[in-house]
Design a binder for this molecule. Structure first.
Ligand code: MN
Ligand code: MN
Length: 296
């Protein structure tokens, strides 16, 4: 484990997250928000571990801006800004929810407070099911619901979801936190009217390379090479390709790579009853007495 790189990535991620929390984004397009947050990461010497997610309201996760996305943030929106920084593939994954609507502020507060409770209990050996129990208990004290089918995760070099899940509610099956591994913890909260789980939506604008196999289309193969060289197996957005490639052609080729199962497309995740969702997230490395929260 490259502790130095985890710490560097965490420091950048935390600075940019605080900037995202405090800036007034009302009136800005989702495109401007994504591009601004990503530039702040790059200006600090980091690389984006994935496209900044700007999921609004009942979209819990996995929305990033389309090229020149015209959608404008309004003062009644609740936005989750989820960002990832990588240094040599070692990742800091962190998120903040910003509500300009006072009615949604309680969701944000509950997500933050569940994350804080979880961070207060983690150390080497902590059982993942106990973390889920704490998150669930904190959220239900607000008369709100955790999203049961979204969870935190272990991290590995160039891998965001490395196999182990840190649940947001009590669950059967558990593992103990190791001091040799980094993890992300990310409580998601919805209202009492919410069903407390997410379903795949129709929109897919985050992608990831899953295979290096060739297609019969030479241009599609060239795009796959570009993806591999620039993003490795980490998630990417069409926005990142159209900085140097034609948009129309890239859409066709990307579609072809998805059909050939060379690239995976991630659907947006909607709260199953259309209720608003808030999220908070930190990356941490457990130790004997607690944890190093790299994104604090
Ligand atoms: Mn995240
Ligand atoms: Mn995460």
């Amino acid at each position: 484990m490259q502790l130095d790189d985890y710490i560097k990535a965490g420091k950048i991620a935390s600075e940019v997250r605080e900037l995202a929390r405090n800036k007034d984004w009302v009136g800005k397009t989702l495109y401007e928000i994504c591009e601004t947050v990503e530039s702040e990461i790059i200006n600090r010497g980091g690389k984006c571990a994935f496209p900044v997610n700007t999921s609004l309201n009942e979209l819990a996760a996995h929305y990033t801006a389309e090229p020149n996305d015209p959608k404008v943030l309004t003062s009644s929106d609740l936005i989750k800004i989820d960002l990832g920084v990588q240094i040599n593939g070692y990742i800091a994954d962190t998120a903040v929810s910003v509500s300009y609507d006072p009615e949604s502020a309680i969701l944000v507060e509950a997500a933050e407070s569940a994350l804080k409770a979880a961070m207060g209990m983690v150390k080497e050996g902590t059982k993942s099911s106990d973390i889920g129990k704490t998150i669930q208990k904190t959220i239900t004290q607000y008369n709100l619901k955790p999203i049961g089918n979204l969870s935190g995760h272990s991290l590995e070099q160039y891998t965001i979801h490395a196999g182990k899940s840190i649940p947001n509610m009590w669950s059967i099956g558990s593992f103990s936190l190791s001091s040799k591994e980094a993890y992300a913890c990310e409580p998601f909260v919805t209202t009492a009217k919410g069903l407390g789980f997410v379903r795949d939506g129709k929109i897919k604008n985050i992608f990831g390379l899953v295979s290096r196999k060739k297609t019969k289309n030479e241009n599609a193969n060239k795009l796959a090479d570009f993806i591999w060289e620039n993003f490795n197996t980490l998630p990417f957005a069409l926005r990142w390709i159209t900085k140097t490639h034609d948009e129309k052609e890239s859409r066709v080729l990307l579609d072809e790579l998805v059909k050939n199962k060379i690239v995976r497309a991630y659907p947006v995740l909607n709260e199953a009853n259309g209720q608003r969702v808030a999220q908070a997230e930190h990356t941490f490395i457990p130790n004997e007495s607690g944890a190093l929260i790299t994104t604090l």
